[in-house]
Design a binder for this molecule. Sequence first.
Ligand SMILES: [Zn+2]
Length: 639
Amino acid sequence: MDGRSRASHALQGTGPAALSGLGVKDLKPWEAARLSNDRLRRSGKLVVRRAEAAGGTTGTGGSGGASGTGGASARQAVAPTTPQSATVRQSPTTPLTATAPQSATAPTTAVPAVAPATASVQGPTVVRPAAAAGTSALVLYDNTGPYGYLGELYAMAAANLAGHFGTVTTKPVSAYTAGMVNQYTATVYLGSTYYGGTVPDAVPAAFYQDALATTHPVTWVGDNIWGMANAVGVDTFKQHYGWDPTNSFYESGGTVGNITQVTYKGQQLTRKIPAGYDGGVLHPALVTGPGYPQVTQLAQATDANSGDTSPWAIRSGNLTYVGEIPFTYVSESDRVIVFEDLLFDGLAPATAERHRAFVRLEDISPKSDPNELRQAADYLYGQKIPYGINVIPVYTDPKGVYNGGKAETVTLAQSPQVVSALKYMLSHGAVLMDHGYTHQYSNVNNPYSGVTGDDFEFFRAHVDASDNVIYDGPPAEDSTLWAQTRVTSALAAFATAGLPKPTLWTTPHYAASATDYRVLGQNFSARLERTLYFAGTLPGTTVNAGRYIGQFFPYAVKDVYGTTVLPENLGNYEPQPYNNHPARLPADLVASAKANLAVRDGVASFFYHPYYGTAPLQQTVDGIRALGYTFVGPTDLNQ
Ligand SMILES: [Zn+2]
C-alpha cells in the first residue's frame, strides 16, 4: 500500500463551515432572537424585567426601556431564578485541547437526530483544588430562555480553556452572590441569553455592581453588558470604562454586515459564519474626551463587504469586553484564538512567549506497511523530532470490503513485521499512543465501510443525502462497562504483542460519549484530541447526548470531564476533499500554525498518515519550523 487512493476521513466534522457540534437548528433562531431584541433596545422599546428573587420576596423590578437612557432604574438586588448548585471542578495542571466535529457543512442540516442514550453523570461535583499554582477562574453563564442550554455549552468551552491555568468554577450567573469575583483570580461571564421581553434579567444586581467595583479582571462576552451599564449608571460606566454599552449594537446601518476576519497581534484570523446565521459582533461605542479613560482595542473585526473595521475585543480598567461568543463555527485559524490568548492576561500575565509544535503519525494498524512506518521514523528521527505514533491494535474488516468479500481480522501479535517497525520507531523518537481498539463499530457501515481506520468506534454516524457526516449519538450499548471492555481489550493486544503500555489516547474520529470520556480519563494520563462536551455536564444532571459542543485547544487543558487533554489544533494533511470538507494541504496546515502564533504559549499540533509518504510531512514540518516553532514530544505538551 504505497500511498492510498481514498481519503483518510480522519478529521470528522471540522470543515470551515463546521458548527462545532452545537445544536445546529437552534443557532439560527438564537441569533435571530438576539438581533430582534437588539433592534428593540436601539429603539428604546426593549422591556427588561428582573428575575424574581429566589425567596419570592422581591418583586419584579424596573421594567421600562432599558435602552440608552442610562436608567439607573429600579433594579433591586434580586436573586436568581434557578440557582443551581455550583460545580467546582478541575485540578491543576496545564493541559488543553481542541475542538471538534459535528458534521454539517450545510447549516440547514438538522441536528443529529440522536437517540438520547442518556447517561447520568455523578452529581454536582466538588473536585480537588488546584495543586500548585493557585490560579482560579470563575465562569458565569446564562441558562434561561428558549436557548438557555447553549449557555452551558459555551461555559464548558470557556472553562476548558481556563483549565489550562488552574482551577475553574462554573455557575449559572443567577447563582452569583456578592463578593464572589474577589475570590477568584479572574471572572468570565458569557452573555448568551439576551435578556428582555419574556425572558427576565437573571444577572444578580450584585454581579453588575461587583464587576465594576472589583480590581480583579472581569471578561464579559456577548450580551447584557448594557444591563451592567444601566445597573451601575451609564455615566458611571462611561467614566470607568470609556465606552457606552447602551449605545452599542450588533447591527450597523441595519445589518450585521459580513465580518469575515479578525486581526489580533498581527495575525489575520478567520470568521466563517454561514449566511443567515450570523448574529453579529457588538460595535462598542467608544467615548472620548477629558475624564474618560483610554480604551485598548485588543482585536479588530473587518467587514469583507464594506472594508469597515470595528473593535472585536476591548479593554479598559479591569474589564475586557469581547463582542461575540466565539465558540461556534470554529475552524483552525479562527478568531477563537483571540479569546484563547486573552485568557493569559487575566490568569497568567507573566507567561513568556513560547511556540511549540507536535506531530503524530496516525491510524497505524496491524495492516500498515512496515516500510512506510520506518521511512517516516527515519525522516523524523533524522530531524531530531520527537513524535507520537497512534496505533490501532486490532485491524478488522468484518464484511471483507477490502478483502474480496471475506471477513478479515489481524491483531498486532499476528503482524510481527509491524510490531518490529513499531519497536524501531520507539527507539527512534516515537511515543506510543492508543488510537482505539478497532477504530470501527460492529459489522456495519459507521458511516463508511465497517473497516478499521475508516469508521467511528465510540459514536454512531451516517452520511446524509447532501454528503454530510451526521452524528447519531453513542451506540445503544454505550456504558462504562462497554467502553472499559474495549480499552481493556486494546491494552491487552498491545501487551500480547510485546509493546509497552500506552499512556496516551486518541479517540477514533474524535467522537465519544461523556461516559466514554470519563472511562478514558481513568485509563490514560491524557487524551490528545478534539472532544465533544455534552449538556448536563456542569450541573451534574442527566447528560443530553444530542446537545454538545465540540472543541479543540491550542494548549493542554484540564477539561470539564476532569481529564487532561493535549492539543490538536491544525488537523491533518488530506490531499482529497471528502464529505464537504476541502482538501487540506501542507500550506493550509502551516497557515493555521501561523494564526496560532497569536497564542503566546501555544502549540501547533497536527497529525499525519504515513501512507502518504514523507514529502508532504516534510513540507509541513519545514513550514511550521520556519514560523519559529520547536517540535516536542507529546508528554512535553502538558508542561
Ligand atoms: Zn483515526
